[in-house]
Design a protein around this ligand. Sequence first.
Ligand code: C2E
Ligand code: MG
Ligand code: MG
Ligand code: MG
Length: 286
Amino acid sequence: QAKTSGKGNYQFFSKSLATQSLQQARLVQRLHHAVENQAFELFYQPIIDNHSRDLVAVEALVRWTDTELGVVSPGQFIPLAEKNGMIEAIGNWVLEEAARQLQTWKSAALPSIKVAVNISSIQLQQPGFTRRVMALLARYQLAPQDLYLELTETGLIQGQEQVMENLYELHRRGTRIALDDFGTGYSSLSYLQNLPIDILKIDRSFIINLQESNNGLILSAIITMAHSLGMQVVAEGVEDQSHLDFLTAEGCDLLQGYLFGRPSPANDITARLTNQHPGTFRPSPA
Ligand code: C2E
Ligand code: MG
Ligand code: MG
Ligand code: MG
């Protein structure tokens, strides 16, 4: 097949494949190294209550800077970790670090916030997952309500028994369940209403293309339906004032995006919480 597209292309095609798999193998090897050395960091991105405009939660986002490869984005290494048996180790580290940091904020008597943690469906497949999360929360003297777990629909839609068991049990114990990247997959709201989901996170592709197509109408319909199902709605990717105006008019509950702050080290969040007067959290200067 590749031969028919001409010599030059054939050459390029085979070379780039070889290069790709070599790079991939190197990445997996470095990732193993990073897992062994816990060479990760957590950044936190503000989540703003649209009524009070206070910072009410942060999303924990994992960061990895390899000594040889430099910065590798989670969009790149999380799927690799899932394929190569490393996501549990990384996921456990993330949960532990997020809980530890939240406890630090709590004991500093700052305005109280929640922390949202991204969970891979592979983690939810583990029979002991709920028990371990509860033990972790207890160890850091946190309530289940302090933690939001962000899941994507891909892992949920298959309806695996163990995944469902964990999901229901976590929800029953008081952990908030958020469905991440909503709108990018195939699930309908009518399917989701049967699952214990508290929060719908609308994928940022809807917000970023707001003015271009029917996304505004779709967004408005999603928010209305989510509310009628008793869910809160978070918009991710809120980048400018026009996004904010639209989402406010549509009654979106929570906002996340560069307009309010990029993912940043814990100290930046501490500083913001220290300076936050109720109701005065404003978009950060550009
Ligand atoms: P996500 O959970 O949907 O996280 C939101 C992503 O959107 C983050 O990318 C964030 O930096 C980015 N973002 C936030 N606001 C804006 C905005 O206004 N404009 C634009 N253009 N982007 C914005 P990030 O940190 O690169 O993470 C990418 C994905 O990697 C996450 O998507 C999540 O699926 C995954 N991920 C990150 N950390 C973890 C983790 O600890 N565990 C797991 N399982 N997955 C993680
Ligand atoms: Mg997320
Ligand atoms: Mg998301
Ligand atoms: Mg997303």
